[in-house]
Structures are given as structure tokens and as C-alpha cells.
Design a protein around this ligand. Structure first.
Ligand code: PMP
Length: 426
């Protein structure tokens, strides 16, 4: 009998990447833990950003989904849909965007695709500014604005994209800059770009790049960008697919670290809000959202069952102050991770906010990416019962830690101890 991995390879495309030499089949989960098909238990330090924002098998969400499934799972369009309206009301109020309208999709890709549809229609331009090293999805339009070429399999997008500096600051001449100097240099670069470009529709950016390796621009960078964008009437799209819902601890949305930038013109979200159910969406003020003059609906975006999950999950997140938990437990975790990395020559930087922590690995003393070291730590952590992620534009050599937001102090300590052992193997 061939293994599930062999059967996977025989029917699933090669470009659907799997982690680990011997990939894991996850069969169930609870809280911050998952189990594989052999019954081994893992502490999940990555599923929080993939799908499971609050906790695996959260009873409140499971119950809401089961109840809705038992009532009706109809299309989200053509008829009034109470859970969709209720979740839209909550998200509109939380978004910070005045007179907000919310359109639900089934993924982050589709949310960004909708944002591009809106921005290009509103501005009547197909020119987009995106950040170097960014990731925005896998559709034809979103690969066209994804700066990380490892995730952008075609250059044939109908959009014209220009890439801006600012997402990554650990490499090249910028590595030694102070926050102020880095911000000034990136703004000057943006001004220069706009000096020879006309009619740009929008800038799209992740406040902290996710797939790009949890990079951390200085606070206020996007406020400085915004002043330039406003002069040109260019819209700002904040891709909050990874940074939303309190994950960064100090703020509910990533854009809020750039306070004076104000709310973005368009905000996109996805991943964890459904705690595993496929909920994505785009928020924009009415004037921008309603600029389309033809129908544009989605059969499954806003489906009652995914909305029921979103409502229950959001209520849990707010009632239990999981943003505060991300700040407190994340603060402790990054300290423990820093301690675990101290003296490990391959660690170039530990960075992060809340429960979004990255460990960049390079060949000791250089800027050269070290994907072998990242792979070795990933495997060693798994052997010891800890799942983490990796990312980063340069050959995925940043380890990524993003547990469910309900992580406890004891679990943070346990995970950091396993990571320390895994790093020691380098
Ligand atoms: N934007 C960002 C910032 C993401 O991290 C991702 C997913 N990694 C996406 C968009 C695309 O989301 P999805 O995989 O749900 O299409």
C-alpha cells in the first residue's frame, strides 16, 4: 500500500508545498495542540496564523457551526442573510473606517482581488504599488502584486506593479539605519518612484509581512507613506490577513502601529476570523466600495455557516481579551525566544509583536540566507513535539511562530524550551 504522501504526490500539483521530509497528517486538535495520524501530540505554534485564530475545536465555534448546519446552509446572496449582516456590522464598527461597507469572500486571495477590483475601478488605473518581499495571494491578480517571487509563478498579470522599499530592513545598506533614517530613505524612494509614474491606483501593503518572514518596519512608516499618497490621491490598502484581530498584541489591526496614518482606504482580512472556516473579506468606505456599477456577488462568500463561525469566534476573542493575551503572553514568549537564541551564531535577528515572532537565520556573521538551518530547526522542533513555520523572501530562512491567540504562559514556556533544544542542534 502506498503512503498518503505518495498518493498526495500522485494527484496534487507539485507546487502545493508540504512541510517536513516526512509530512504530517493532522487528524484532530484541541486548544493549542494537534495530533497526527500516529497519535503523536504537538504544541501548535503556527496554526494560529494559518487558520485557528483562537483555539482548535473551540466549543463555542463548533456549536455555532453545527447549529447553523442543522438549520440552513444557503447561498449568501439573493436573499437576506442575518449572520452575514451581523458579522458585517461588527467588522465595520471594528475596522476604524468611517461609513464602512463589508464584502465577504472565501479567502485572503479573493479579498485582495476584490480590493484590487475596487481600487482600479475607483481610480480608473491598473497601476499598483506593492512592497518588495510581499505576499498577497495566489490568483492571477494577486500574484501580479506579490513581491516575493518564490510565490509569484507568473509575470503576465494585467496589472502594472511597481515595488516600494520598506517591508524589509535587515539586509543591504538599510541594515544599519536608524528608524528615522530608514523611514526617510523609503519615503524618498517612494517620492522618486511617483515622480516618473502617473495615475497610480493604490499602494497595497502588509503592516508586518507574513510569508515574507514577519518583518518589522518602523512604527509610523505607513503614516509617512500616506502623506505622500494623499498628495497623489492614491488609495492605501492594508492587507491585514495576518496582522488583524489583535495578533500583534498592542493593536487590533496592524495599521494602528502607524497611528497617524489613520484607517486605510481599504482593509482586507481572512485566515483566522472563521477559526478554520473560510471567511475573508474587504472593508472600504461607501464611496470606494460602491464605485462598481455592475453586479458582483459571491455564492459562498458570506455563507451563513462561515458567518456563524466568524460571529462566535469574534465574540470569544473580544470577551476573553485575546488581544491582551497576545500582548502579555507574546511579550513573555519573545523574551524566552530571545534567550533561547542567545549565542546561536546562525540567528541574525529575533523580531515580532504579540504572537507573531520571527527568527531570521543566516550563515553566521553574514546576510546570506540559511534555509538549511531553518529546515533543520523545523525538523528538530517537530521531533520534540512543536510545530512552527518558516518564511522570508530569501530562501525561507526565517522561522515563524504564530500560535492560537489563547496560548497560555505554561505553553509559551514549554514551546520556548523545545525551540531552545532544536536550536542547540544547529
Ligand atoms: N495576504 C496575506 C498577507 C497572506 O499571508 C495570505 C496567505 N498566506 C493571503 C493574502 C492569501 O490568503 P489565502 O491563502 O486565504 O488566499
Amino acid at each position: 500500500m502506498s503512503s498518503l504522501h505518495d498518493r498526495h504526490k500522485a494527484v496534487i500539483p507539485d507546487w502545493v508545498a508540504l512541510y517536513y521530509r516526512d509530512p504530517i497528517e493532522i487528524t484532530h486538535g484541541e486548544g493549542r495542540h494537534v495530533w497526527d495520524a500516529e497519535g503523536r501530540r504537538y504544541l501548535d505554534f503556527f496554526g494560529g496564523i494559518l487558520t485557528t485564530m483562537t483555539a482548535h475545536a473551540l466549543p463555542e465555534v463548533t456549536k455555532a457551526v453545527a447549529e447553523q448546519a442543522g438549520r440552513i446552509i444557503h447561498s449568501s446572496t439573493l436573499y437576506l442573510n442575518r449572520p452575514m449582516v451581523e458579522l458585517a456590522e461588527r467588522i465595520a464598527a471594528l475596522s476604524g473606517i468611517p461609513d464602512a461597507r463589508v464584502f465577504f469572500t472565501t479567502s485572503g486571495t479573493e479579498a485582495n482581488d476584490a480590493a484590487l477590483l475596487l481600487a482600479t475601478a475607483y481610480r480608473r488605473s491598473n497601476q499598483i504599488l506593492a512592497m518588495r518581499n510581499s505576499y498577497h495571494g495566489r490568483s492571477f491578480s494577486t500574484v501580479g502584486i506579490t513581491g516575493n517571487r518564490a510565490w509569484s509563478p507568473t509575470g503576465l498579470s494585467p496589472l502594472q506593479t511597481l515595488y516600494v522599499h520598506g517591508g524589509v530592513r535587515t539586509r543591504g545598506p538599510y541594515a544599519q539605519y536608524t528608524d528615522e533614517r530608514f523611514t526617510e530613505a523609503c519615503v524618498a524612494d517612494l517620492e522618486d518612484l511617483l515622480g516618473h509614474t502617473r495615475d497610480v491606483a493604490a499602494l497595497i501593503a502588509e503592516p508586518i509581512q507574513g510569508v515574507g518572514g514577519f518583518t518589522s518596519p518602523p512604527d509610523g512608516l505607513y503614516a509617512a507613506f500616506r502623506r505622500v499618497l494623499d498628495r497623489h490621491g492614491i488609495l492605501w490598502i492594508s492587507d491585514e490577513v495576518q496582522t488583524g484581530w489583535g495578533r500583534t498584541g498592542d493593536n487590533f489591526w496592524g495599521w494602528q502601529a502607524h497611528g497617524q496614518a489613520g484607517p486605510p482606504d481599504i482593509l482586507t482580512f481572512a485566515k483566522g476570523i472563521g477559526n478554520g472556516m473560510s471567511v475573508g473579506g474587504v472593508v472600504a468606505r461607501a464611496e470606494v466600495m460602491n464605485c462598481l456599477d455592475a453586479n458582483s456577488i459571491s455564492t459562498f462568500g458570506g455563507s451563513p455557516i462561515t458567518m456563524a463561525a466568524g460571529l462566535a469566534n469574534l465574540a470569544y476573542l473580544l470577551d476573553h481579551d485575546l488581544q491582551g493575551n497576545a500582548r502579555r503572553v507574546g511579550g513573555l514568549l519573545i523574551e524566552r525566544v530571545r534567550a533561547a537564541c542567545a549565542g546561536v551564531a546562525a540567528v541574525r535577528e529575533v523580531r515580532g509583536r504579540g504572537l507573531m515572532i520571527g527568527i531570521e537565520l543566516t550563515e553566521p556573521g553574514t546576510e546570506r540566507a540559511n534555509p538549511d538551518a531553518a529546515g533543520a530547526v523545523l525538523e528538530a522542533a517537530r521531533e520534540n513535539g512543536l510545530l512552527i513555520g518558516k518564511g522570508g523572501g530569501h530562501n525561507t530562512s526565517t522561522l515563524r511562530i504564530a500560535p492560537p491567540l489563547s496560548l497560555t504562559v505554561a505553553e509559551a514556556e514549554e514551546g520556548a524550551a523545545i525551540l531552545e533544544q532544536a536550536l542547540a542542534a544547529l
